[in-house]
Structure formats: structure tokens, C-alpha cells
Write a protein that binds this ligand. Structure first.
Ligand code: DON
Length: 304
């Protein structure tokens, strides 16, 4: 498959859409990002790399970090993790409170904010130095020492985190947070603040692309079956109330973030990341969605 020619053609087709949508500005630091960027990087399991545009530009990975924190928490707690959250699509926005109240503090899945906040709590309970161990894990799987938190982004989000604070309080009320709520919220926001390029993200997602192999990265061990299950949750819950639409249009497991990134996996073949900051009203990158739809349509490669 000549992925370089394919991604170049699709890149030219999606460029006219770069002005559609609106970049996230509820995190003040993200409002300053140049919204007219498009980067793409596709890496195959057999070691090839195809890129175009701002593929090496670092951006705020935001909710894409929820895949990495879930991998660590799942490795630590195994199926016990599912006593504290579900694995069902929510059909609601990523920061919704409604379901959480009705369902008595058990988040629908680990990729909505409520679920990822419980995952942050799990990591705080198990790890000696959660901040260091999380970033070291992300550096290891992305094969890049040059991956860091952006403390300014995390702080700027904390200043506006009224909904996330409400979610954390509701979780604590239902006894689904074990640690101090401020500490949990800060750690959750810090994980969201990690900055990576499309190239680094695709490298990291490649570790999840082969669901027939065990995942062994220093002290994070997942069985092949657990890797398969993380992919399944990406497929059903990776795009909040647009998960069905992403599945319909693209047909790959993936995860988006309000920084404008989307990473997706074609199992046993490749991982791909698209970055473009303008978002649709569900919080997913407009160009990212379009690019991946064209990629699986033109290559005829998807899980369906
Ligand atoms: O908690 C938040 O609202 C952000 N730190 C992350 C949200 C996010 O990326 C949702 N993604 N589409």
C-alpha cells in the first residue's frame, strides 16, 4: 500500500476544511494555539513511517492521554477496575454530570471525564510517584524522551475547571474517589496537559495496534486479551457522543482530544494520528474526522 501518496492526496482534499469548526478555548492556554495547522503521521507495525504537514509539531494531547492512563490502571487493577466504572458508551458529552448522578457515581466508561478522573484516583492509590511514573510510561511507549507535561496548560485549565471539579465532588460523594479531591483533579489535568507530536502519538498507539501480542513496557504489563479490550473501548467510547458517527465514518478504534488530535489504530497494521485544532460541536477535530474517513475509504482498510 502506497500510504505516502494516499495521505498526500487526502491532505490536499481536507485542507479546504481547515477553517471549519472552532478550537477549544475553555482551556485558556489552548485558545492561543495556531488553529490553521494540519499534521498527519502514519506508522506501520513493520517499521515504516509516512507523514505530511505539521507531523512533528507538539500539541496538547488532552483526552488522548486517557488511553495511556487506562492502560496503566488496567494493568494494575485488572478486572477489579470495572467495579468502579463501566465500559458502555455514554451518548453524552465528555464532561456531562447528568448520567453520573443517575448512576450513583459510577462513570459509564474510562474515556469520559468522570471515568478518567476515577482512573487518575486509581493511579494515585497505586503508584509511589504518579507524576513521574505516568510520564515515564508515555516516554517509553512513544520512544521519545522529549515528551513532557505542560504545567501552564494544566494550571490554566484548573482555573476554569468548574465542571470537572463538580464531577470529582460527585464521585467523592459516592465514595468512588479514595484520595484527596484536589490532588485527583490536578493529576487528571496534568495527564491531559502532556504535549506530543503526531509522530510520537502514532509510535505510542502502535503498542496497542497488535492485539495478538502481550504489552510489556517496564512495569506495565497487559495480556493480549487486555490490549484487545482497550481497543474495544476506544471503538465504542473514544469519541463521546460521536463514537457511533466515528465508527460509521471511519471504522477504526481511536481516541480524540480537545487539543485537536485524533489517534487511531488499524489492528495488526498501523497507527495513525491527525492533528488540526478546530473542533466540531462534539469536541472532535473537523479535519481529523474527515481525513480518517477518507483514509479508510480510499484504502478500503478498516475493521469492518
Ligand atoms: O477535562 C477536560 O475537559 C480536558 N482536559 C480534556 C477533554 C477532552 O480532551 C475531550 N476530548 N475530546
Amino acid at each position: 500500500m502506497d500510504y505516502q501518496t494516499i495521505i498526500e492526496n487526502i491532505y490536499n482534499k481536507v485542507l479546504p476544511f481547515v477553517n471549519e469548526g472552532k478550537q477549544a478555548d475553555y482551556i485558556p492556554a489552548l485558545a492561543k494555539v495556531n488553529p490553521n495547522q494540519v499534521g498527519v503521521c502514519l506508522k506501520t507495525l513493520d517499521g515504516k513511517e509516512y507523514a505530511i504537514g505539521q507531523a512533528e509539531e507538539k500539541f496538547s494531547i488532552q483526552s488522548i492521554s486517557k488511553v495511556f492512563s487506562l492502560a496503566m490502571a488496567f494493568a494494575l487493577e485488572k478486572d477489579i477496575l470495572w467495579q468502579r466504572m463501566g465500559k458502555e458508551p455514554s451518548g453524552t458529552s465528555f464532561n456531562s454530570l447528568v448520567q453520573l448522578e443517575l448512576e450513583k457515581g459510577i462513570p459509564r466508561n474510562p474515556f469520559i471525564n468522570a471515568g478518567a478522573i476515577v482512573v487518575a484516583d486509581v493511579l494515585l492509590s497505586h503508584l509511589q510517584n504518579p507524576e513521574n511514573e505516568f510520564i515515564e510510561f508515555v516516554r517509553l511507549i512513544s520512544n521519545s524522551q522529549n515528551v513532557n507535561y505542560n504545567h501552564l496548560v494544566a494550571q490554566s485549565e484548573r482555573g476554569q475547571s468548574y465542571l470537572n471539579a463538580a464531577i470529582t465532588n460527585l464521585l467523592k460523594y459516592h465514595n468512588n474517589i479514595k484520595n484527596d479531591i484536589e490532588q485527583v483533579l490536578q493529576f487528571y489535568l496534568l495527564m491531559c496537559s502532556v504535549e506530543m507530536s503526531c509522530s510520537e502519538l502514532s509510535q505510542a498507539f502502535l503498542c496497542f495496534a497488535d492485539h495478538t501480542k502481550e504489552f510489556n513496557y517496564k512495569n506495565v504489563h497487559l495480556t493480549a486479551s487486555q490490549v484487545k479490550r482497550i481497543n474495544a473501548i476506544m471503538q465504542t467510547c473514544g469519541f463521546y457522543d460521536e463514537s457511533g458517527e466515528f465508527s460509521y465514518l471511519v471504522g477504526l478504534p481511536g481516541k480524540s482530544g480537545v487539543g485537536g488530535g485524533i489517534s487511531a489504530i488499524y489492528p495488526q497494521r498501523y497507527a495513525v494520528t491527525v492533528f488540526s485544532p478546530r473542533l466540531n460541536d462534539k469536541g472532535n477535530s473537523v479535519v481529523g474526522m474527515k481525513f480518517l474517513e477518507l483514509l479508510t475509504t480510499e484504502t478500503k482498510e478498516s475493521i469492518f
